[in-house]
Design a protein around this ligand. Structure first.
Ligand SMILES: NC(=O)c1ccc[n+]([C@@H]2O[C@H](COP(=O)([O-])OP(=O)(O)OC[C@H]3O[C@@H](n4cnc5c(N)ncnc54)[C@H](O)[C@@H]3O)[C@@H](O)[C@H]2O)c1
Ligand SMILES: [Zn+2]
Length: 1585
């Protein structure tokens, strides 16, 4: 391998691969590439292929350059270009074949050179095309993504995907040239850039530590070069670094490929991070990109190496920091990962399952690249690792096995150094750098803080640093306080300690040496810039420092101009906010010009122990500090003298865990870096807690050794005050759980630890809760905890494990307990230990001898899929929202409708706490209440809780006030649960609550409460229901009718989100062939059009709400989202059609901004949350935004749309094909809209339509000339309505217009419908059906065909224009012999009342078939069912009166509604028995001889004529509120109905049933929803006559 710069081309660098210098890097290479290709890769055809993202940016430039160069040639070769859709789907057989066919049809021969300009997708695909085209053609890579440059373009691997997996078909085919024009990267989306950086970091990690260092330090510069981030770094310099970084990476790949072209060992090294990365990628693609998965894989594989003892934590930490600084995720738990993958959970077993298929595996072992240091691998190839080890590292939970059950027993004697203290590490670093002489610092904590401190000290030239022992030891060559102005800003991230300490350090710089750098600037990340530092800055300025705040006064960033150094003398400092200010000045004080006298002002000094620690350390570096009265310190002028060695003391709290393991297992443990000299309070734990419990403790100045008593013989501490070591109380608590006391009480009481209630979690409550799970008796004390000891053998580990509340100390203390608990204990969320002891689990296993196993109790993939069958076990639904929004009432209603149980969090709280919420708050205050409330919801939703499934859980309004509760709720949604935000108009809530003056108010006005909580509600919910009420009745309540309507809406909403009834349009090919449509609403505000909505929607199959056209009235105070939510609710209230939620952007013929992608997708996500049946997604937005929207889609379908308003993608173009592919990929329905200038454009469209049948597609042309396409399109054609303010698009037609045009074109012939029977002169049916036809613009008609013999109707039935018939007395049975088929319903009832026509294909011939149905039972069912409280749980008993034909329909209706016990009564009892026989074998009918017989019917259907004047014995109505239906329909309210009504029953009138059965007929005939309201109004008009 060699690299050289060609003399004539000073701007390119070359890398050689497989013996030729074919990789060429530089900036702006277009001309160079064209020249080089034409000169050196001669061919008669050049085929340049790219994708639709790149073409508009670069294609013209390339074509122009080619054409200019070709023009100069005597016999110019041909140039072909082709643009493919972007994305992985393009890497397919189909696209490959298309390209090949295209070339062959153009007579392209073997003498061809392919140029692939694009990312890895284009490179892989075109490479493979070239490899097989005419048995192999020349091929050039022009990679445009970072990933393609450093990875996919090099090495000659080419491939396409198949349904069975990625990259399964392909070839090795080396490109002749690889041109890396880094200027391409400028247009690369930031996320794609990070994606490529994953490979760059990975390569450096396995290959070269110096390259890795460049990456660690070059974050800002690299970003500058690529993204123009305005970091202030000179562009040239930044570009140089970028080139360097990419060169380095490309070289490694080229070298490896050259030495191992076909994947022997060496090339396998590049797979670092990929074994596990691929496992993850298979599960989360396409929501996450390859590089993002590799980044997580790199960390996991590094942790694996660490666990196996090959790599230290320093290296793992460096990898993690480096990857995240380039915007990459390093764990699946990160928020940004969860935001992308939504509810998806990556179970260890699923990841391992994917890894199983790797061809490099060996049985139950895998090949994984193990790192031994940064830049080095354990072997020159991937190493063999057992599955169990991988499983352990990947698992999110840890099973800790008791040492007592291990074959060898516990390790008798252990000695170890526990992780260094963070405070001490930072101080030691700074003092060592300022000191004179060389010091070896050991046990330094590797955290962000120390990392930033180190980098800053380097830039200041304060000292030289060198790592020894693989990062275990830091050698500091101190320069005695010599400092210079750094060349660039000092960046400290969010590291508090470093920023405070460095502020004073900057004032130590005496002079400017380099005129280019006159100021030292200290800055941090956004969070850091908000953290206070003002008191320190004030003190420094008062002391003469030339220091200014660059952005906001009193905050970072600050700039310091050297001013002769730190003046010193008397300094006053307000010390009540942070002791770090004090330490900052103290540490620098020896270097002042005048002896410093530091006076702490501002009353109470905070955290005195930290000040003492600083002083003690200063003294150990030779400084002299005198303590004077009144919080005053005098510091002598001096220079720190570095000792030869400095051991950073361990974090004393961490040290308690290994010591406690010795105590509990009866073994000996020495912690070598903490002893009696320590100033940390927790260092006294061994003496003050372990010794009294019965341990032998030996403590030297710097080490502590503990030997436990024999197993089970720890003694309780009747009372121990742990105020000076509060963090160690958790360790003490787990020991207290296993004490024994032969002489008396076996209880330990720990006090003085009240502050532990407000740590990472409420630790006291958490310990009580978790210990209780083991069967230990424990309880809270006012400022502590009380624990009863229990014999070890009686402890029971909780099945689901210990919950850690994301608190490292809980995890570590329960690991101590778990080392003896029989049969093993699961510790959940094992990651939480990383905060202070990242290697805790490795150390527990390898140093302390405790055996571990990985566990994952999360759901596996197969169990996560949204189940299509409704009614299985469902996760509970949590309802949140403001008080008064109706959470309880609607929550209970939801439970009823879904067959769930209901629980109220407050009530649960009261039961558990044995007090009322009111009393609790009065005694303990709100804060404690919120904590308890969080616990309550957490317990309710816990995995093993019975409330976690099939419950509706209603929460208090303020539950979202705490982060903890919010996290719990978000976790619920992440696990696939539903959190539903219930919204009501705020003014209405206030009126409602004010109605009752006895209820306590907040003391805070509702509006500000709402404003504060609103974002939180919205953050945690994944669904939102707007309980819209138009107005309130006077006493603050919603009117009963409106309340019914809300309940109806809510039921629809619930059925939708649970997938029980998704209300979507049947677009299946088998539906009857009437075209479907949706009406496009164009009003600015639906409220003022509410009364016209029904009319406007008539005949449509769906309704589109155009959010971009809405205009919120100025006086409306809601947010826009709230406003839109209300608009959707208003629409729902009036029409029950499925809603298409559309936000149309300007570029797509709408009104929404083209630039606001996040605003667009936020709105679309709300559309999903509101349960809209369809979401329109414009495919012009970024893949990432679209994929992430699709990941939260639930039961909403997506309508992927492309509107070509500029006529850029004609129907016969390749570009449109690409759009189709894209829409096909994202949409459940494809929508393509063009603009027609002539009729011909419609013909082109029809040709296109004819080839696309795989998915429902809407394809139309806009403009007048395009109207024909709207007439022909038969899937969801957008329509307008005359009552709308204006059309949504030019050329849009109404349903009536379309139907008329279809009629004229012969696409919709007139059909005739008849009523057959006698007497029928007074029938309402003609009114009913003709009104319906009319409303939908259908050219059909319905007439009377009165006859007493069916023969007279025969000609009508046989007429080709016959559409269908209603059949009535006396022909309901006789008609059957004329029919080809009778439905199951009609068969069972034994009568046909509806005839309809269907066509079937028999032996390739279209055959007309007459089918008989009975809709009488449907009429009953459709009216009765909605009156039931819960239709899925119908009454047990029902009664039918009469025994004629209608009684048959009545019995069948009751059976269909699920009523089990059906009684039948008739005056002539023998007829009842005959009827019973008819249903024998199908369902049971019980004949009652008297209505006085004992029965409790919940539904009664009477089929006897009204003139019979029948009434029922009162007792039949029983004590229940049932539903009665009287089939007699004149008068409307029969005597029977009036009687039942007085008993409180719900009534169904005969006329209602009649209409409903007619509507059912209408819908069978037309395949459309009937315009029910219009029909009803007309029929009632006629009826009243
Ligand atoms: N052959 C190999 O050795 C190898 C190695 C790694 C990955 N791969 C393959 O590479 C593919 C992924 O490659 P990728 O990450 O480059 O993805 P990609 O090709 O899909 O490109 C990513 C996106 O960025 C756009 N884009 C590309 N360059 C751009 C630019 N300069 N400005 C603006 N937009 C730009 C593309 O249109 C695309 O939407 C996968 O199919 C993977 O299997 C192959
Ligand atoms: Zn890769």
């Amino acid at each position: 391998m060699s690299t050289s710069r060609a003399p004539l081309e000073p701007n390119v660098s070359k890398v050689s691969i497989l013996g030729s210098e074919s990789i060429i890097l530089g900036f702006h290479l277009t001309e160079y590439i064209v020249r080089d290709v034409l000169a050196n890769i001669t061919a008669s055809n050049y085929v340049l292929i790219t994708d639709t993202n790149l073409a508009p940016l670069y294609l013209d430039r390339y074509v122009a350059a080619f054409e200019a160069a070709l023009a100069k040639l005597p016999q110019p070769p041909r140039l072909f270009t082709r643009i493919l859709p972007p994305g992985e789907l393009t890497k397919s057989r189909k696209v490959k074949a298309e390209i090949e066919d295209w070339l062959l049809s153009n007579h392209v021969t073997r003498d061809t050179c392919f140029l692939a300009m694009g990312g890895g997708v284009i490179g892989d695909l075109i490479g493979f095309v070239a490899a097989t085209f005419m048995r192999g053609a020349a091929f050039v890579q022009i990679p445009t993504t970072l990933l393609a440059m450093v990875d996919s373009s090099i090495g000659g691997k080419t491939a396409i995907d198949t349904p069975a997996g990625k990259n399964l078909i392909g070839a090795f085919w080396q490109p002749k040239r690889i041109f890396m024009d880094l200027a391409f990267l400028q247009t690369l989306p930031e996320r794609e850039f990070s994606n490529g950086m994953a490979e760059v970091v990975k390569t450096a990690a396995i290959w070269s530590e110096p390259d890795f260092v460049k990456l660690e330090n070059g974050v800002e510069a690299v970003r500058e070069a690529v993204l123009n981030g305005n970091t202030g770094i000179p562009f040239q310099e930044a570009q140089g670094l970028l080139l360097d970084v990419i060169l380095a990476s490309a070289r490694v790949k080229a070298h490896v490929v050259t030495n191992d072209e076909r994947e022997g060992g060496l090339r396998g090294l590049l797979n670092f991070g990929h074994s596990i990365g691929h496992g993850i990628e298979a599960l989360v693609s396409p929501m996450m990109l390859h590089g993002e998965c590799v980044s997580i894989g790199v960390i996991k594989e590094a942790e694996l190496a660490r666990n196996l003892g090959h790599l230290n934590q320093v290296a793992v930490g460096r990898l993690a920091r480096c990857l995240s600084s380039y915007g990459l995720p390093i764990s699946l738990d990160e928020k940004k990962v969860k935001d992308r993958i939504g509810n998806l959970y990556c179970h260890v077993d699923d990841i391992m399952e994917v890894m199983k298929v790797d061809k490099k595996n060996q049985g139950d072992k895998k090949r994984i690249v193990l790192l031994s240091a940064i830049g080095k691998t354990l072997e020159q190839r991937a190493s063999i690792v057992p599955d169990s080890a991988i499983h352990k590292v990947l698992a999110p939970e840890q099973l800790v096995l008791p040492v007592t059950e291990s074959a060898t027993g516990p390790k008798k004697q252990v000695s170890l150094t526990t992780p260094g203290s963070k405070s001490i590490s930072n101080r030691a670093l700074l003092m060592a750098a300022l000191g004179s002489g060389t010091v070896r610092v050991k046990n330094l904590l590797h955290s962000d803080d120390t990392q930033y401190m180190l980098a800053a000290l380097k830039s200041l030239g304060a000292a030289d640093f060198e790592w020894e022992d693989n990062g275990e030891c830091l050698v500091v060559y101190g320069k005695g306080g010599q400092l210079r102005v750094p060349e660039k800003e000092l960046f400290v991230g969010n590291a508090g300690t470093a920023s405070r300490f460095l502020a004073t350090v900057l004032t130590l710089i005496k002079t400017v040496d380099d005129p280019k750098h006159t100021q030292a600037v200290l800055t941090g990340n956004a969070r850091m810039k908000q953290r206070p530092i003002a008191p320190l800055l004030t003190a420094l300025k008062a002391n003469g420092a030339k220091l200014t705040s660059v952005e906001k006064e009193g905050f970072l960033p600050i700039a310091v101009t050297p001013n002769g150094g730190f003046k010193g003398g008397r300094i006053e400092l307000a010390a009540s906010i942070s002791s770090q200010y004090v330490s900052s000045i103290l540490i620098c004080a020896p270097y002042a010009q005048n002896e410093v006298e530091l006076v702490l002002t501002g009353g109470q000094v905070i955290s005195q122990p930290y000040i003492d620690m600083t002083i003690a350390m200063m003294e150990s570096f030779g400084a002299v500090v005198k303590r004077l009265p009144n919080n005053t310190y005098r510091i002598q002028k001096s220079v720190y003298k570095n000792p030869d060695h400095y051991l950073v003391e361990s974090d004393a709290s961490s040290a308690t865990y290994p010591l406690a393991i010795a105590a509990i297992t009866g073994t000996t443990c020495t912690v070598t870096s903490i002893g009696s000299k320590s100033l940390q309070g927790d260092a006294t734990f061994a003496i003050n807690v372990l010794r009294p419990m019965g341990c032998t403790v030996v403590q030297t100045e710097t080490a502590t050794t503990v030997t436990g008593p024999p197993l089970g013989q720890l003694r309780p501490l009747a009372s121990v005050d742990m105020e000076t070591m509060t963090d160690a109380f958790l360790t003490a608590s787990v020991l207290a759980a296993v004490t024994s006391n032969p002489k008396g009480e076996n209880i330990t009481r720990i006090t003085g630890i009240a502050n532990q209630r407000v740590k990472e979690c409420n630790r006291i409550a958490a310990m009580v809760h978790e210990l209780t799970k083991f069967g230990v008796t424990a309880s809270e004390l006012p400022d502590g905890i009380q624990i009863h000891g229990k014999p070890i053998k009686d402890l029971r580990a909780p099945k689901e494990g210990v919950h850690c509340y994301d608190d490292h100390r809980i995890a570590m203390s329960f690991s101590v307990l778990a080392s003896v608990v029989p049969s093993g204990t699961i510790i959940q969320e094992k990651k939480c230990v990383e905060k202070t002891w990242p290697t805790w689990w490795d150390d527990l296993e390898h140093r302390l001898g405790v055996r571990l196993n990985g566990v994952d109790q999360g759901l596996k993939l197969q169990d996560q899929k949204p189940s299509s069958s409704y009614g299985r076990v469902k996760k509970s639904i949590v309802i949140i929202g403001m008080r008064g929004a109706g959470k309880t009432t609607l929550g209970q209603y939801a439970a009823e409708t879904l067959g769930f149980d209901f629980v109220d969090v407050d009530q649960y709280f009261e039961v558990v706490e044995k007090t009322t919420v009111f009393d609790f708050i009065n005694t303990w205050g709100w804060e404690q209440f919120r904590i308890k409330e969080s616990q309550a919801i957490k317990n309710l939703l816990a995995k093993d809780s019975k409330y976690a499934r099939n419950y509706v859980i209603s929460c208090g309004g303020g539950i979202i006030e705490t982060q903890e509760s919010r996290d719990i709720l978000k976790e619920h949604t992440r696990q696939g649960g539903k959190v539903l935000h219930l919204v009501r108009d705020l003014d209405q809530i206030v009126r409602y609550l004010n109605r009752d003056t006895t209820r306590p108010m907040f003391g805070e006005d509702m509006m500000s409460v709402w404003r504060r909580r609103r974002p939180w509600y919205r953050q945690v919910c994944n669904y939102e229901f707007v309980a819209y009420a138009d107005s309130l009745v006077d006493d603050g309540w919603v009117s009963p009718t409106e309340w019914q309507a809300i309940k109806k809406d809510f039921q629809r909403f619930l059925f939708f989100i649970l997938g029980k009834d998704t209300n979507q349009v049947d677009l299946s090919p088998t539906r009857i062939g009437i075209p479907t449509t949706f009406v496009s609403l164009t009003m600015k505000d639906l409220r003022s059009y509410a009364d016209r909505l029904v009319q406007v929607c008539e005949g449509s199959d769906a309704v589109e709400i155009r959010i971009d056209l809405l205009q919120q009235p100025e006086e409306d105070e809601k947010t826009f989202i709230e406003y839109v939510g209300e608009q959707v609710a208003i629409l729902r209230r009036h029409v029950n059609l499925p809603v298409i939620f559309t936000v149309r952007s300007k570029g797509q013929a709408g009104a929404f901004s083209d630039k606001d992608e996040s605003g667009m997708f936020e709105l679309l996500q709300w559309g999903q949350r509101w349960g809209c049946e369809y979401i329109d997604i414009e495919i012009c937005w970024s893949t990432t935004a679209i994929s992430s929207l699709l990941s939260t889609q639930g039961y909403s379908l997506s309508l992927a749309s492309w509107h070509d308003i500029h006529r850029l993608t004609p129907w016969d173009s390749k570009e449109l094909e690409a759009k189709y592919e894209l829409a096909f990929q994202y949409g459940d329905i494809v929508k393509l809209v063009g603009v027609a200038e002539s009729l011909e454009d419609n013909i082109k469209l029809e040709n296109f339509r004819a080839t696309k049948t795989e998915k429902p597609m809407i394809a139309i042309n806009m403009a007048g000339a395009g109207q024909l396409s709207r007439v022909i399109n038969n899937c969801l054609t957008p329509i307008t309505h005359p009552a709308l303010p204006h059309k949504a698009a030019p050329g849009q037609l109404s349903l009536a217009e379309i139907n008329k045009a279809r009629h004229l074109l012969g696409l919709l012939p007139t059909q005739h419908f008849w009523l057959i029977g006698t007497p029928i002169q007074h029938s309402m049916s003609p009114t009913l059906h003709n009104t319906g036809f009319n409303a939908l613009g259908l050219p059909h008609n319905y007439g009377l065909l009165e006859c007493h013999m069916l023969e007279y109707a025969e000609h009508a039935l046989n007429d080709p224009s016959f559409g269908g018939a209603s059949v009535t007395i006396p022909h309901k049975v006789a008609v059957m012999k004329y029919l080809d088929e009778v439905t199951e319903n009609a068969k069972v009832i034994g009568a046909v009342n509806t005839v309809y026509v269907r066509y079937a294909t028999v032996n390739g011939q279209k055959v007309r078939r007459l089918i008989g149905e009975n809709t009488d039972f449907l009429g009953i069912q459709r009216r009765v069912q909605p009156l039931m409280l819960d239709a899925s749980n119908p009454p047990a008993e029902g009664l039918v009166i009469g025994s004629g034909g209608t009684a048959r329909a009545g019995l069948y209706a009751l059976h269909k509604m699920g009523i089990k016990k059906i009684y039948l009564w008739n005056r002539t009892i023998s007829k009842a028995y005959e009827l019973k026989k008819v249903f024998e074998g199908m369902f049971e009918v019980t004949v009652v001889e008297s209505l006085e017989s004992p029965m409790e019917p919940g539904v009664i259907v009477s089929t006897v004529p009204a003139d019979s004047g029948i009434l029922l014995p009162e007792k039949v109505y029983g004590g229940i509120r049932g539903i009665i239906c009287d089939m007699a329909y004149k008068p409307r309210r029969t005597k029977l109905l009036l009687q039942a009504e007085r008993k409180g029953w719900s009534c169904v009138e005969g006329i209602e049933v009649l209409i409903s059965q007619g509507i059912a007929q209408f819908e069978i005939w037309t395949g459309k929803r009937a315009p029910v309201e219009t029909i009803e109004a007309e029929v009632m008009k006629k009826y009243e006559l």
